[in-house]
Design a protein around this ligand. Structure first.
Ligand code: MG
Length: 269
């Protein structure tokens, strides 16, 4: 009887031991399975890192008299169809259409703007300072290219004409000094290639993302993804009132600048 008792007792202890061991193994497995990060194995064949689709659309870079085939041509020298006066009430452009594919700012007739509104864009503009303009500082061939009617990339003749550097050619007016002065001699044609990302606002009108500007002057980087502080004001701080798509504007500085423009095109981003 005593032996049977010992045997039963031993079997009970063994069963309890087994159960405890099983539970312990389960507990050890669970956290490992849930927390272990799966590290992707590094590809060992070249084709494993090749992506074949989607195929980018084909663009002819010179497809429209020098403008890319997918660009919106804003000015090709033949007409002002894409433009209107930026004066209150709008109206026709009063600037001068020249016979050589360019336009000239007509003094004190006001800024001009595109009829179409734009968000983020790639913009190409060519401009020429007036060699007969001998004024100084901000009055020598001053104009400007405004993105969304608010953010000015300065146009100015700074060849032997010093001015405040956050208002010189290639500056984001009163916000960002250009990296270098890359303008051509007065009277030669310059080009601006501008990448603009529009600012974003929430439903309450708060800015949630700053706009940015990258600018190349004659192919030379002068603004490198600059984060706009707000509007480019002549006097006072930058403003950040909510807005949506808006026209591209060219400035009549009102001081007989004589600045010319030609070959203007834009691509929506
Ligand atoms: Mg200006």
């Amino acid at each position: 009887m005593k032996k049977l008792g010992i045997l039963l007792c031993t079997l009970t202890v063994l069963a309890a031991c087994n159960e405890a061991q099983q539970k312990s193994e389960e507990l050890m497995e669970e956290p490992t399975a849930n927390t272990e990060e799966v590290t992707p194995q590094e590809p060992t064949k070249p084709e494993e890192t090749e992506i074949w689709e989607p195929i980018p659309a084909k663009v002819d870079p010179m497809g429209q008299n020098g403008a890319p085939s997918d660009a919106i041509v804003l000015f090709d020298g033949t007409n002002f169809d894409a433009w209107e006066s930026a004066n209150e009430g709008g109206g026709e452009v009063q600037w001068v259409l020249n016979g050589d594919g360019s336009m000239t700012v007509k003094d004190k007739t006001g800024d001009i703007q595109t009829k179409q509104s734009f968000g983020s864009v790639q913009l190409h503009v060519e401009w020429r300072s007036n060699p007969d303009n001998k004024a100084t500082n901000q009055n020598r061939s001053n104009s400007g290219v405004f993105l969304q009617n608010r953010y000015e990339v300065q146009v100015l003749d700074n060849n032997d004409n010093p001015t405040y550097v956050n208002g010189m050619v290639g500056s984001i007016y009163k916000q960002s000094i250009p990296l270098v002065m890359a303008a051509k001699p007065t009277g030669d044609w310059n080009s601006y290639d501008i990448i603009f990302h529009a600012p974003e606002f929430d439903a309450e009108g708060n800015k949630t993302k700053s706009g940015t500007l990258t600018v190349l002057l004659n192919g030379v980087l002068v603004q490198d993804h600059f984060e706009l502080l707000g509007t480019t004001e002549y006097i006072g701080w930058p403003k950040n009132d909510a807005h949506g798509p808006a026209p591209i504007k060219l400035q009549d500085h009102g001081d007989q600048s004589g600045v010319k423009y030609r070959n203007i095109w834009v691509r929506n981003l």
